[in-house]
Design a protein around this ligand. Structure first.
Ligand SMILES: [Zn+2]
Length: 433
């Protein structure tokens, strides 16, 4: 079983220069490989663009490609892993393009890879072989070949907990360096599923999440403040002249606020998913089709979509640990527009309507609660049980008749959700008129 562990690094200025150099090496190998493949295509030859082929080509040509002005090769300055990771991302990009062209890949069409520019790309490289990773007896540090012992902001050994580190990606975001470790651990022995029954989760923009039993997990106030600040920073950025120093400064500020909000949300989701996976036996969430998604420029929505992917990722491995089952409901299932009581689907539901009112059965309830109940029902449709990526359609919902949202009591967990000092929680109930 693979898991991802991300830690913030605390490099010295000298190490930071080396990190940038390694990221530059990865970019160099990527661009050089791409130029080679393009030249071969233009010459009507068949280029070898598998990772294996690209590596062989690189090893044969690196002494002539990566040379200083005086003709001496400089590629030895960086770990060979850096070049290798650049070639790896090129091989992936080419394979995605090729599959997309042949219709073997779902989602948006993937174009032919383009050259990576220094100022437009996030610095990044990876280690997959060699003596990288944890350092015995040194809890808050990682070993990066050619760079040395790099101090971490937290106890990384504790986070990895004895698992094997198989890959380490180092990248910079909003001025900070992070190491993302892929760790391999034995699949946990499946325990008995947690006691509380099924639950559906609707992730919101205004609130963090609404559960089908009426529990609402609010966004902490500090997050809303950061989001307001982000909006302001964005506005300031849009007023700056293109290519100016001030624009660059404004862009960095936006990136910093973005990163702060993202890490706060991730922390909240971490607490939420731990609690969910340890409490409910069946957890239903909506699918998020990232590849096929229409690009959305609305800020709050973009942040929300990122949370969605993170919620799913965390639930996937945490439910595997606790023995709970995770059900993923088709994204196109009308969870918001459908009445969770009678099953009628509204033709239109504006985003601003916070309350769901059904003209047919007269139920009135919070919009997100209605959606959460629908997600729960769709997730417990017979064919989705135990189906990890199961989908459900409206006409498959045989369980509907047994579910009465009015009786959906906010029973358990009321005082068990602890989401930090200002993570507030309220409970919603449906009313009929
Ligand atoms: Zn209804």
């Amino acid at each position: 079983m693979l898991e991802a562990v991300m830690v913030a690094l605390d490099p010295t200025p000298a190490q930071e220069r080396l990190l940038l150099s390694h990221a530059g090496a990865a970019r160099f190998a990527y661009n050089a490989g791409l130029a080679h493949v393009r030249a071969a295509i233009e010459a009507k030859e068949k280029p070898e663009w598998s990772l294996y082929g690209l590596r062989r080509w690189w090893n044969a040509n690196k002494d002539t490609l990566a040379v200083n002005a005086d003709g001496t090769p400089w590629w030895r300055e960086n770990s060979k892993e850096a070049y290798s990771s650049g070639l790896e991302s090129l091989a992936n990009a080419l394979s995605n393009w090729s599959k997309s062209r042949k219709g073997e890949r779902k989602g948006r069409r993937v174009g032919f890879p383009t050259f990576k520019a220094k100022d437009r790309q996030r610095p990044r490289f990876a280690y997959t072989t060699g003596s990288f990773g944890l350092i015995e007896g040194d809890l808050k540090a990682l070993r990066l070949p050619r760079i040395g012992r790099v101090h971490c902001m937290e106890n990384v050994t504790g986070r990895v907990r004895g698992a094997k580190v198989v890959r380490m990606t180092v990248s910079r975001r909003a001025g900070r360096w992070y190491a993302s470790l892929t760790v391999e651990r034995d699949a946990p022995t499946v325990k008995q599923a947690p006691k509380a029954g099924a639950v559906g989760i609707d992730l919101g923009v205004k609130t963090l999440a609404t559960l089908s039993d009426g529990t609402v997990i609010e966004n902490p106030r500090c997050l809303a403040a950061s989001e307001r600040r982000l909006k302001r920073a964005h506005k300031a950025l849009s007023r700056k002249t293109r290519g100016s120093k001030r624009r660059l400064k404004a862009r960095n500020k936006v990136a910093r606020i973005h990163a702060r909000i993202a890490s706060r949300r991730r922390d909240l989701l971490d607490k939420l998913t731990t609690w969910l996976a340890g409490t409910y036996s069946d957890i239903s969430i909506e699918d998020l089709n990232v590849a096929g998604m229409v690009r959305n420029h609305r800020l709050a929505k973009a942040v929300n979509d990122a949370s969605f992917a993170e919620l799913r990722r965390q639930l996937e491995y945490k439910t595997a640990r606790t023995g709970a089952r995770l059900h993923v409901v088709d994204r196109w299932y009308p969870s918001s527009k459908m009445c969770s009581r009678c099953g009628r689907v509204k033709a239109k539901l504006s985003v601003t309507e916070r309350t769901y009112r059904c003209e047919h059965c007269g139920v009135t309830m919070d919009r997100d609660l209605n959606a959460a109940i629908n997600i729960k029902v769709a997730g417990s449709a017979p064919e989705t049980l135990n189906a990890h990526r199961g989908t459900a359609r409206r006409n498959d919902l045989s369980g509907r008749a047994t579910l009465d949202p009015v009786k959906c009591e906010p029973s358990r967990g009321d005082n068990r959700v602890r989401l930090g000092a200002d993570g507030r929680k309220t409970v919603l109930q449906a009313t009929t008129n």
